[in-house]
Design a binder for this molecule. Sequence first.
Ligand SMILES: [Zn+2]
Length: 275
Amino acid sequence: MGLTNYITASSLFGGFSDEGDKRCYYCGACCSGNFTAKKYVKPTFTNRDIVKFPSSQFVCKNCVDSMESKYPKIKLADGEERENQRVRQYCWVLTKDEKIAATKAHISFLRDTILNPPEPPFVICLADSGQKQILFRAPVAMDRDVFDVILEDDYISVDREELKQLLDLCKPLVAAIGKVAIISDFTMSTYIKVEEYFGSLDYLEKWEKHKNKPLAKLAAWLSVNQKEAQVEYQNIKRKKIQTKNSRVSRPKETDSRNGSQCDDVGSGQLCFDLA
Ligand SMILES: [Zn+2]
């Protein structure tokens, strides 16, 4: 009797049918045994405790591909194609039909995708540092309303409605103190900055009730950047000046959907730049 195979993030990424009676060291899918762990598990691989079949001597073709440092061709969310790329440096949205890569320039795409995910099975893999192999262990989602994503080392359970509320809740604070600060420990300086920005601590108090939830971390990660948030939530001092002086024009609106506000879209592949 053959082994029961199942869909893994790697199999959605690679799309190969590498079937056989062996199990993949990384993702646990069936594989032929053509790729040995000896050759394809580098001594520098540090996540040995979280692989699916640590005793296996083999790796599937799809995991080999998902760890490529020179993957021949990838397609980004905005349609751009890049050649010979490190897979781990990108975020991925995977379905049976396509694999879409994303960087920090495509945060709005990732946000929209999580709020309105594709038909299952799908995988949403969010690389934060770009340094770790996380694709092989990304969860495969089978339900559009409640599903898990991986954000660097964390598995985060997504309730879309709750995520939407958290995104709304964190936006004013992102405007005041930035994306990193809203999920860091609050200090006296945090309270002072928020008070100075809004003239009250209302937004901060509301957010504080949720800020330690895993989903809040995801909301902060997916949030618009500080500059964009400030278009909607202005500093009270700036507001007053603008009201006094009608010649001061409103800050230029940015289109959060195309990521054009990012200065280093071309050069940067890493997703994590929460400023
Ligand atoms: Zn595998």
